[in-house]
Write a protein that binds this ligand. Sequence first.
Ligand code: GLA
Length: 391
Amino acid sequence: MTRVELIEEFLKRFGDSDQAVRVFYAPGRVNLIGEHTDYNGGHVFPCALTLGIEGVFRLRGDRTVRLASLNEADGIRTFSLDDPLVLREEDGWVSYVKGVLWAFQMRGCVIPEGFEMLIEGDLPAGAGLSSSAALEVLTGMAVTRLYELQNVNEIEIAVLSQRAESKFVGMNCGIMDQFASAMGRKGCAILLNTDRIRYEYVPLHLGDAKIVITNSKVKHSLVDSAYNTRRTECGKALKKLQLVSNINHLCDLDVDKFESTKDVIMNDTYTKRARHVIYENARTIRAVSALRVGNLKRFGELMNQSHISLRDDYEVSCPEIDFLVKSAWKIDGVIGSRLTGAGFGGSTVSIVRGDAVETFREQLTKGYQDRFNMTPDFYVVEAGDGVREIP
Ligand code: GLA
């Protein structure tokens, strides 16, 4: 649907009013390397996509919020700002919007009146491309602009969106997804140090290679609980390591220090989790250095190592994802391939030479159909800009 059609659809659903409609856009993200490091004070290297969610918004002058999504068949959803903002099971996607309003209120922002909102997205949900973060950041930007909130910049929108997801929705995530959606820049990935929220834009000079996302279409229902379990396991490892090192996060340890002190953890599972996190952090820094000097081959090798570590030490892969990654590794012209995002299904990200993209698609499709009787989706993507108002 074009922007004009989306506005027309908005007017059809919500009717006319004196208030102006305003349009906002927030992208999804893909993480190139640095997985499950963002809640351990480590580095991540995501980029925003040119796939995302567009939303038409309009103030109402009363206390009602009315929402609709063209991606859902659930009609207009309504709640009142006079009722406490609480999570209800039946809320579904609306809980991300509620969560952002809640996070803004907790920060002391006044939400004086309700609004209407119609959204449409081209991000596949459940593909590990952060459609929920995009929705949160979209809502955060709209709220900031509609209510003319002072001192709320894009980073603050990312922080409040993350708080919405972790404290309101209950997925205890790190800052990566919301940060990428809020702060993305065309043609660049973001090297983000999640400990201090320090970041740098790194141009993605990939020569003739492309970033290809492969959606496995598998989404395990326990993603959120398994994710939260990993976080707890990292916390347990950290507690033990703190007995012998003065650290705040797992990623405060370098690989050597970890190897020489890891025996204190005394639990195989927690040791594996910590090992993934600490090596992945080091790999991310090395991968970005390789990219900066144009060594794409090295970048790809580190992506592959990242996958092995996610599979064996962090145990967040699944047979379908392992199959897609392994098949990719065998194809001439694939520079690197790995699981991206939280895991337990979702998508892989691969760097593929331009002339090999078609073979990549064909071979993965055929193999995946033969093995799992499912057809993966492919997205050849570019790094895009972060959240914005569309004039
Ligand atoms: C999800 C979370 C992120 C990050 C990744 C794993 O996408 O929302 O904060 O932890 O998983 O790297």
